[in-house]
Ligand binder design. Sequence first.
Ligand SMILES: Cc1cc2nc3c(=O)[nH]c(=O)nc-3n(C[C@H](O)[C@H](O)[C@H](O)COP(=O)(O)OP(=O)(O)OC[C@H]3O[C@@H](n4cnc5c(N)ncnc54)[C@H](O)[C@@H]3O)c2cc1C
Length: 405
Amino acid sequence: MDEIEVAVIGGGAAGVAALRTLADAGVDAVLLEAKDRLGGRAHTVHHAGMPLDLGAGWLHSAPNNPWVAIAEARGFAIDRSLPRWREQWRELGFTKAEQQAAGVEFERFDQRLRTLEGDCAADALDPRSPWNPYLEALSGYINSAGWRSVSASDYLAYEDAAVQTDWRVESGYGALIASHAAQLRTALATPVSAIDGSGRELRIETPRGTLHAARAIVTVSTNVLASGAIRFDPALDATLHAAVSLPLGLADKFFLALDGAEQVPANAHLIGNPRSATTATYTLRPFGRPVIEAMVGGDGAAALRDEGLDGAAAFAIGELCTLIGNDWRKRLRLVAGSGWGRDQHVLGAYSHALPGEADARKTLATPIDERIRFAGEACSPGNFSTAHGAYETGVAAARALLAAR
Ligand SMILES: Cc1cc2nc3c(=O)[nH]c(=O)nc-3n(C[C@H](O)[C@H](O)[C@H](O)COP(=O)(O)OP(=O)(O)OC[C@H]3O[C@@H](n4cnc5c(N)ncnc54)[C@H](O)[C@@H]3O)c2cc1C
């Protein structure tokens, strides 16, 4: 490999955004990606002609989400129908009155978080509430971890930055993000193993050779950073400590093909068991397609981690049959699913700050060596855990390098 001005390491939303920003400014930049595809935790696969997102799927905070304008410019159709997470199809296993009581408890929890003395979100749970398992399940989807592992102030920073309007990309969020690097210089299947900053130039080591770069933007996940998969010389202890304070939890999605789908309304929602912390959330017939999209997070995803995809599907089918009836069993079949915790280039779902560690996001985004900037969802002060937060950090890191040129 040769010499380059900027090496972008990691081709998820942050890396793609950084590369595009640099290339548009005329910078000689290359993106090095460990996998044989772009998109990272935004990954669209296809089954029977249907695009299915195994990671990011929702354009969260849609009115403020930069991917919306990119989608429109690139000709990706956006579905503006809103999620129905707060509805339970036919009130199955969760009556209107129960939904309301659980919703009120979540609002009270949010209020208690705002006046909490410490920073461990679990301390804001009311020990007498019957809805704590439900709140834990929500934490699994939102934080990819239970409230006991979540910084209250960090969570509130997300809550206060978010706009509760979520849209979707019909051809897939992963496909959109990957397309943003079209025609740019990328090297796939090129995992970086070391960044040596001891000389005038950075030496970036990969199995395909050593690249010399003036600067680098590193966008790998915090769990990958913390794993030591990339060796930094000199060591960047404060950065790595920040990564450890912002771990990825677990969340996974899987899709079940549904025979006789026409009996089910498009985009209906079910929570499997609102009295369980390990339950899954289901979107029935997303976009009107003949599939059910299931998602588990936090304790639910951890419980299924060792079961593999078949075990996860059996769990989901079991929950669905309890709600809808056993004759559904023969109508459902696993077609695709994720295992983000087992993916060696990601090692989890999305970042949460541990209690007392919300400042780690700023530490991670602040370079120790001016030539090496970090980006990625975990660096975002308020839009972490999302693909648009990742995008914003990639653009910011690229602009900072441009300003320092
Ligand atoms: C199940 C699930 C559902 C989600 N749902 C949503 C959602 O609906 N909406 C939303 O906005 N967000 C969602 N997210 C979160 C979103 O996917 C992430 O926050 C975002 O995609 C992270 O982007 P990133 O660029 O920071 O990191 P990544 O996507 O992890 O990108 C980092 C890249 O670095 C690569 N890499 C790792 N090691 C190396 C190395 N040594 N050398 C070179 N490359 C390396 C990786 O392969 C990867 O491609 C979801 C995530 C999951 C897991």
